[in-house]
Write a protein that binds this ligand. Structure first.
Ligand SMILES: NC(=O)C1=CN([C@@H]2O[C@H](COP(=O)(O)OP(=O)(O)OC[C@H]3O[C@@H](n4cnc5c(N)ncnc54)[C@H](O)[C@@H]3O)[C@@H](O)[C@H]2O)[C@@H](O)CC1
Ligand SMILES: Nc1ncnc2c1ncn2[C@@H]1O[C@H](COP(=O)(O)OP(=O)(O)O)[C@@H](O)[C@H]1O
Ligand SMILES: [Mg+2]
Length: 274
């Protein structure tokens, strides 16, 4: 397994003068039921700060005022308004579904709807409850090689059937090959399994063991996929930078608040800009 290094951040290039919002991608984030609104808000805060050109959050309307108050840069769509959802999804480069989605019938219907809508040239990131729902269901991935799962070890156990204690490189790789999707297996040393190789993140700290850290990573991955052309390079860079920033914050903070990682993204991306 190849260890990630600062080298993976070389994809963060100086932006061309002649550019506009569309140059840096359109991302649509689907999640945040009434109970878990914070999850999709953290994904949105991460996605915007990661540099996504345009970020739209498709969520329960109860979250709209709080999201506008916290992150006016993100646009909101009522996930019950199918006509508006159709048009927003049609122009997306990257779709993220799962943070705070929940696991009820409505959540399942939303996952099926996104599967129906995904186009061949769109990337789909599946996180949180959407992983659990997909694992329980019997739907097929529309475009496996356009899909990135971001499970923690328990979500991976549900998805792959491999118990946490048996999640070895060999077993994980076998299951990734079956799925053909890219897998970001989150832990104290996150691993990335893909058709282009296997990578290990050497960074990270226990201050990250708090609700929202994974929602935040999903937002950064989505924002990077919207900007940078290679899926695995963008995913690796997002995983590495998410932990790198958390390690900096952990010098002076006992717990690393996920939103502090997001707020520090523009500063560190500027530092690593090539
Ligand atoms: N502020 C919010 O609104 C938050 C919402 N969240 C959402 O809550 C939903 C459920 O996600 P959860 O992950 O909390 O719940 P899950 O039920 O998916 O998994 C967490 C459970 O698995 C157990 N577990 C065992 N080993 C584990 C491991 N190695 N890593 C992680 N968990 C392990 C944990 O103890 C916990 O009981 C998701 O949609 C998620 O996005 C969470 O992200 C937390 C923050
Ligand atoms: N002890 C740890 N050391 C390093 N990273 C950790 C540790 N515990 C959790 N993390 C990181 O925190 C995140 C947890 O993801 P997840 O459980 O999905 O969080 P969320 O509550 O946002 O759903 C992952 O990126 C994981 O790598
Ligand atoms: Mg999670």
């Amino acid at each position: 397994m190849q260890r990630l290094s600062k080298q993976c951040l070389s994809i963060i290039q100086t932006r061309p003068q002649n550019s506009h919002k569309g140059t840096f991608g359109r991302t649509v984030l689907v999640g945040g039921n009434a109970q878990f609104g914070g999850a999709i808000m953290m994904s949105a805060e991460a996605c915007v700060n990661a540099g996504s050109g345009l970020t739209t959050v498709m969520t329960d309307p109860s979250n709209h005022p709080a999201l506008h108050a916290r992150m006016p840069e993100a646009m909101t769509v009522d996930w019950n308004d199918k006509e508006l959802c159709d048009s927003v999804l049609d122009s997306a480069d990257v779709i993220l579904i799962g943070p705070g989605l929940g696991e009820d019938k409505k959540s399942q219907d939303l996952l099926s709807y996104i599967f129906q809508k995904q186009k061949e040239d769109q990337l789909l990131v599946i996180d949180g409850s959407a992983i659990t729902l997909f694992a329980k269901g019997n739907e097929q991935l529309p475009y496996p090689t356009q899909t990135i799962f971001t499970p923690h070890q328990m979500e991976w156990q549900r998805l792959s059937g491999v118990k946490i204690a048996d999640q070895t490189e060999e077993n994980n790789q076998k299951e990734q090959k079956k799925l053909q999707a890219t897998i970001v297996l989150k832990s104290h040393h996150t691993e990335i399994y893909s058709n282009q190789g296997r990578f290990q993140n050497p960074l990270g700290n226990p201050g990250m063991a708090t609700g929202g850290t994974g929602d935040t990573l999903a937002g950064i991955i989505s924002g990077f996929l919207a900007q940078f052309p290679d899926t695995v390079d963008a995913t690796n860079a997002a995983v590495y930078l998410h932990s790198y920033i958390a390690d900096q914050l952990a010098h002076d903070n006992y717990v690393v608040l996920p939103t502090k990682i997001s707020q520090a993204l523009p500063y560190w991306m500027k530092k690593f800009e090539h």
